[in-house]
Design a protein around this ligand. Structure first.
Ligand code: NAP
Ligand code: ZN
Ligand code: ZN
Length: 347
């Protein structure tokens, strides 16, 4: 076994604290890389707090992981020692089901292996994420990281990036479309960048008026403060798509009224409580409410290559791992500008 160290929550009620643990030896198809940066996703906070379901503890969060390869198994073809490497939200899947065969490992019908708070495909061994110094992953779930991009800013592409890129591609959002991005946080700011890069007219819907200047710098064409009734009413019936990145419980019906006829409300934000909704908010205007989960491995590589070509990275605040709790507190207040990334040298 390989000795690793990281930050873990021992229960859903405890703070993160230093923890030493074991990773598997590098197998024939495995890549080991030392973690240089790991992004802080709101899902980390949801999971250590058991917001969604009872978690697997101790939990080492982190699924926006980039670093440099230090060892490869003897059958590994795609990586060599010294390469940049990244891993997102999954470290394995069954590889045989219909979804896996279509490159949709995120929808593996037999359950993919989440990078943390999950289990390997033996359905027993717990997985530990990126708030740690090193990781061992099967090469098929390791991504090539472009050399021309800022490395710390690249880490959030592995979750916030692919989670917003994938639905925009699936629904073919682009020129001629009016896209609203709901919530300007880690996912939201990437949604704005991709929406603009794909040619859509982008509006940010935000609870935070003070984010307007940033939204415009990110390329957004319009900014609407959702708490201001007048501003909200001015965009009723305006959008082809809403990309909903909100982490907290909210009323979907309010936002459905902002869609055009046949518009689609795409949920990527995953609030803790089930929502209530009248069927009429969909019937009137033939509207859809849809969801999307991260993206497949091939699509994640496509997104990274798209970012390399278009010079897109996340806007980040680099933090010392000892300040993770302050980062979480700010995240809960919506005060993220626009992704915290842990400098793993501080571990
Ligand atoms: P984040 O950085 O904390 O951003 C969330 C944003 O939502 C906030 O910055 C805020 O933006 C807005 N917001 C917060 N509370 C709100 C409220 N009560 N009402 C309205 N807006 C509110 O979080 P994130 O990392 O981007 O993650 C967002 C959500 O996506 C989380 O639930 C996360 O678990 C989920 N997620 C899903 C996937 C997937 O595959 N589907 C992947 C990753 C993350 P404003 O200040 O602009 O209002
Ligand atoms: Zn995430
Ligand atoms: Zn599968």
């Amino acid at each position: 076994m390989i000795s690793a160290k990281g930050y873990a929550a021992q229960t859903h009620e405890s703070d993160l604290a230093p923890w030493e643990f074991q990773r598997r030896e590098v197998g024939p198809h495995d890549v080991q890389f030392d973690i240089l940066y790991c992004g802080v996703c709101h899902s980390d906070l949801h999971q250590i707090k058991n917001d969604w379901f009872p978690g697997i503890f101790p939990m080492v969060p982190g699924h926006e992981i980039v670093g440099r390869v230090i060892a490869v198994g003897n059958h590994v073809k795609k990586f060599k020692v010294g390469d940049l490497a990244g891993t997102g939200c999954m470290v394995d899947s069954c590889r045989t089901c219909e979804s896996c065969q279509q490159g949709l490992e995120q929808y593996c019908l037999n359950g993919n292996s989440q990078t943390y708070n999950g289990r390997e495909q033996d359905k027993k061994t717990p997985t530990y994420g990126g708030y740690s110094n090193t990781i061992v992953v099967n090469e098929d779930f390791v991504l090539h990281i472009p050399e021309n991009l800022d490395l710390a800013g690249t880490a959030p592409l592995l979750c916030a990036g692919i989670t917003t890129y994938s639905p925009l591609r699936h629904w073919k959002v682009g020129t001629g479309h009016k896209l609203a991005v709901l919530g300007l946080g880690g996912l939201g700011h990437m949604g704005v960048k991709f929406g603009v890069a794909l040619g859509a007219e982008v509006t940010v819907l935000s609870t935070s008026p003070e984010k307007e200047a940033d939204a415009r710098k990110l390329g957004a064409h319009h900014f609407v403060v959702t708490k201001d009734r007048e501003q909200l009413n001015s965009v009723r019936g305006k959008f082809d798509f809403i990309l909903d990145t909100v982490s907290a419980d909210h009323d979907y019906q309010v936002y459905l009224s902002l869609l055009k006829v046949s518009g689609v409300h795409i949920c990527v934000g995953a609030p803790p409580s089930p929502a209530q909704m009248s069927a009429f908010s969909l019937i009137i205007g033939r509207k859809s409410i849809a969801g999307s989960n991260i993206g497949g491995i091939a699509e994640t590589q496509e997104m990274l290559d798209f970012c390399a070509e278009n010079n897109i990275v996340s806007d980040i605040e680099l933090i010392n791992i000892k300040d993770i709790h302050q980062a979480y507190e700010r995240m809960l207040k919506g005060d993220v500008r626009y992704r915290f990334v842990i400098d793993m040298a501080t571990l």
